[in-house]
Design a protein around this ligand. Structure first.
Ligand code: ADP
Ligand code: MG
Length: 898
């Protein structure tokens, strides 16, 4: 019999026990022997019964002198009174209580000797222990296994008592040679081999021995893990990936157009990425940085490097909202550079590539150029005749009017009155009248009851300090409207206003935006059905109107008749996108990339390692950049993320408003609401967050709706909207859009807005039932505010006043440093939550604890690196014994991680 023997082959384990073991996933000898004790009880000597409450649980031994069963309503309480075995005058009996545990009364009876483990509390005159762990001492031949020793206590096992499990393991240890279980350790890791380690960890002879053997085994586990990580890395770097040789022209153009300079940290991290991209072996890099530290900008720059070198880049977000937002951000920055971007999510597919028809004639508009709307400096490429390079600060203009900006403008007739053909002539003529004097005109369309314009206001005069003053939209519109009103009233012998006082204008943000609007305006009469496809509509104007008119009419006909183009033709006219933005799932499952060179994965902990593996399994392996805003404790970057290089943005961009965090109990909610109303009045916006009730609970939508009504009431007359997981995607989009545009003042939401949403004017966040969230999640949520220059406020509202909760939440009050918070969160909750359900792909740690044993992990890592540095192939005779560690074994494979 050895460690791999299947337990069924041992004929002494009764069948019901076998079944129970199998439920625990224990099938082989090895599994049972590595079912390590959870804790130990020193049953050599028990302390005497306490006289008062204890802070920690204690292990006591006593005799059952009395039992009784009581009922309170539907509740059953079973009590057993315990007395110290050699009771003396001062010793006080102890009452053990169990609530609603039916089987316990069958197990415990007067006269038994019992070992219990639990925390002692005072209840009136009595000392009680509620729900202690307990074990009845039976006088049989096995007494020496369970008693008078340091006794192992195992993780709770349904269907198997401690006694049974302990007995099985004890017997197994007598029969198996456990020496082969020992992991060979290099000298630097300490106390040599220990062939008896497995026996000692279950039945140690002393505390001292236990400490030593535990360390030995933990080091063994860690060393094996580190060796496998090293092997995975080695395997990865021997793969051939894409070698991105880019001069960085696109990236330079991009960073030059940013209205801010990169922080030193961003620059450093970008250089690290650049370096990796140039290598032939695939990049596997983790980019961590606090929320708002500017990871996206770095990612865009990296993608441009890949694009310039001729490959595709992909950006994957965990949710639809985020994918949409990334897409919008990317288009904003990259449309001006002429990058083809596509959005691929479950519900929306969009390409920014120009319509085929337009592409053929794009030279027409191409000369007009279009600068990134966000750029504050003047484009140097611009060559407008007669205008000499004015210098300009856009802050001098009303915020919505920018230099060399193009606008789509619409205004309609009063009461939607219909303009006669003659009146339409007048309007079009007057629009043309100021063309090239007050604005450049790209398109105009006088519809029966409204007017569309696509214009770029021109410089009116030079202002002080060499700044140029542009014709303002209001001035331009005023001239058109008042002039035409007069004219129309004159010829129609009427009086009174012709036009509605309001107009609609929209800043054109990119070349493709311009083209889109252009198409919209010039096709409007046909699209709107004012005229049939074959008819002409004389009140549309655009450069070279006569030449193109026929074409547009034709294209409208074509559109109405459905697509006449063959798919091949479509593809030829729409070359493959250079950057694809999408949700995680969609991107790795459905989309076939033609030439994926770089995959950027946003918010890693929602994206399992296995998924990453699936994505990177393609050949040639793309470079992978994983971004996370939840800083990952160092121990984890050495282990779970051990196959990734780590880049850290540890610096925030300047000029961010401070975030002040307040803790608040529910009864003081009024204070927060008063404050909130003040801020809304001042023009800010707010998020109200409540815990997402688990998908499985039906409550969600109902609770949300109730919550929403309340908030609407509290914040009246400000406009609120409700957002939660069940809102269908297009609506979600619209809700976010209205909030972004400032039409909505407060967003009542579940955590669907958790990551990545970027709305600088939103400066208030109120989180209800904050105690239900983990620290890192709260930090993430809070990262949605503090994005503009205004001071932001976060209210953590909790109905739970226990010290634990208060202490937890106070961490957020004290610091906004994501790393500190992540460490604290990890302390409180363990890595499980941090990683979500993501499978690490690493061998499971059965004994070692990533937190408690962090120092040992560092030691194991150092030893591994040293070993492999001196002997990368493990070729030396003395290192042969380590080779086994990196051989894949079932259940311990690491292969899908690279
Ligand atoms: P993250 O993804 O790390 O949370 P983002 O990349 O979304 O952060 O950046 C947050 C905001 O900060 C964006 O509006 C971005 O334009 C802006 N930003 C990024 N880098 C800088 C910088 N160096 N200086 C000023 N603002 C910046
Ligand atoms: Mg982000």
């Amino acid at each position: 019999m050895d460690l791999d023997t299947v337990l069924d082959e041992l004929n002494w384990i009764p069948r019901p026990r076998m079944l129970a073991l199998r439920r625990l996933g224990i099938a082989r000898v090895r599994d049972l022997l590595t079912h390590y004790p959870r804790r130990y009880e020193n049953r050599l000597q028990f302390p005497s019964f306490p006289r008062d409450e204890t802070v920690d649980p204690v292990c006591l031994c006593g005799d059952v002198v009395k039992t009784r069963l009581m009922r309170f309503g539907g509740r059953k309480i079973f009590e057993a009174v315990l007395e110290e075995s050699n009771a003396h005058a001062l010793s006080q009996p102890l009452t053990c209580r169990w609530f609603n545990l039916h089987y316990i009364q069958k197990v415990i009876a007067t006269g038994q000797r019992l070992i219990i483990f639990g925390r002692v509390k005072r209840k009136g005159l009595r000392l009680v222990v509620d729900h202690p762990e307990c074990e009845v001492i039976e006088d049989d031949e096995e007494i020496l296994i369970h008693f008078r020793r340091i006794t192992p206590i195992y993780p709770a096992t349904e269907g198997l008592s401690q006694r049974v499990l302990r007995g099985l393991i004890f017997r197994l240890l007598e029969q198996v040679d456990v020496a082969s279980a020992d992991v060979p350790l290099p000298d630097s890791l300490g106390n040599g081999d220990d062939e008896d380690a497995l026996r000692k960890i279950h039945f140690p002879e002393s505390d001292e021995q236990l400490r030593e053997v535990r360390m030995h085994l933990v080091l063994g586990e860690f060393f094996r893990m580190q060796m496998q990580i090293a092997a995975a890395r080695a395997k990865n770097s021997s793969r051939v990936g894409c070698c991105h040789q880019a001069r960085g022209l696109l990236e330079e153009k991009f960073t030059a157009a940013l209205p801010f300079g990169l922080t030193r940290a961003q620059q450093r991290v970008l250089n690290e990425i650049k370096h990796d991209l140039q290598l032939a072996s695939p990049m596997n890099r983790l980019l961590q940085g606090d929320v708002g530290s500017g990871k996206t900008v770095v990612a865009i720059a990296a993608m441009l490097l890949a694009v310039e070198s001729g490959s595709q880049a992909a950006l994957m977000a965990p949710t639809q909202i985020l994918a949409e937002q990334h897409y919008a951000v990317l288009r904003n920055w990259l449309d001006p550079l002429g990058i083809r971007i596509a959005l691929r999510t479950g519900t929306r597919q969009e390409d920014n590539t120009p319509l085929p028809l337009f592409a053929r004639d794009s030279a027409l508009l191409g000369s007009a150029g279009c600068q990134p709307a966000v750029s504050g400096s003047l484009p140097d490429t611009r060559s407008s005749p007669g205008i000499s390079e004015p210098s300009y600060h856009y802050r001098r203009l009303p915020h919505f009017e920018r230099p060399w900006a193009k606008y789509a403008i619409a205004f309609s007739t009063r009461n939607r009155r219909k303009l006669s053909p003659q009146a339409r002539d007048i309007v079009l003529e007057s629009i043309l009248r100021w063309k090239d004097r007050r604005y450049e005109l790209y398109a105009a369309c006088v519809m029966p009851d409204h007017v569309h314009l696509l214009i770029e206001p021109m410089v009116e005069r030079d202002g002080e300090g060499g700044n140029s003053i542009f014709f303002s939209l209001s001035k331009i519109l005023h001239s058109i409207r008042s002039f035409t009103s007069n004219q129309i009233n004159k010829v129609e012998r009427s009086s009174g206003p012709i036009w509605e006082g309001e107009s609609f204008d929209r800043l054109i943000r990119s070349e493709s935006d311009l083209q889109e609007k252009f198409n919209y305006i010039t096709r409007n009469p046909w699209e709107a059905g004012v005229v049939t496809p074959k008819e002409d509509y004389p009140w549309v104007w655009y450069p070279e109107v006569e030449f193109k008119k026929e074409k547009f009419a034709a294209s409208c006909r074509e559109q109405q008749a459905g697509s006449l183009r063959s798919p091949e033709e479509e593809r030829r006219n729409n070359p493959a996108p250079q950057i694809i933005v999408g949700t995680h799932a969609l991107l790795y499952e459905n989309v076939t990339f033609s030439n994926l060179g770089l995959a950027v994965i946003d918010e890693q902990h929602k994206f399992g390692v296995a998924q990453r593996g699936k994505l990177t399994a393609r050949e040639p392996a793309p470079d992978v950049l994983v971004m996370t805003a939840t800083p990952i404790p160092r121990t984890l970057t050495m282990t779970i993320y051990g196959d990734l290089e780590v880049s850290t943005i540890d610096e925030m961009p300047r000029g961010r408003g401070e975030i002040i965090t307040h803790l608040l109990t529910t009864d003081k909610l009024g204070e927060a609401i008063t404050f909130l109303r003040q801020e809304l009045t001042a023009g800010r916006q707010a998020y109200i967050i409540y815990p997402l009730i688990d998908e499985s609970e039906k409550l969600d939508a109902k609770a949300a709706a109730k919550e929403f009504e309340q908030w609407q009431e509290r914040l009246r007359p400000f406009r609120c909207e409700l957002l939660h997981g069940r809102v269908v995607s297009p609506d979600k989009q619209a809700i976010m859009q209205r909030f972004r545009a400032g039409e909505t003042h407060a967003l009542i939401s579940t955590t669907v807005i958790e990551v990545g949403v970027d709305i600088p004017n939103a400066t208030i966040m109120l989180i209800e039932n904050a105690e239900r969230f983990g620290l890192s999640q709260l930090h993430q949520l809070r990262g949605r505010i503090g994005r503009g220059a205004h001071t932001s406020h976060c209210w953590l509202v909790s109905s739970d006043k226990t010290p634990e909760t208060m202490m937890k939440l106070a961490v957020l009050e004290k610091t906004t440093n994501g790393f500190e918070i992540a460490e604290a969160d990890w302390e409180l909750r363990g890595p499980g939550d941090l990683l979500g359900t993501a499978q690490s792909g690493l061998p499971e740690l059965k004994l070692g604890d990533l937190r408690r044993d962090a120092a040992l992990m560092r030691k194991a890592r150092r030893a591994t690196l040293q070993l492999l540095e001196n002997d990368p192939g493990l070729d030396r005779p003395e290192n042969q014994r380590f080779r086994d560690l990196i051989v894949e074994r079932q259940g311990q494979t690491f292969s899908h991680v690279s």
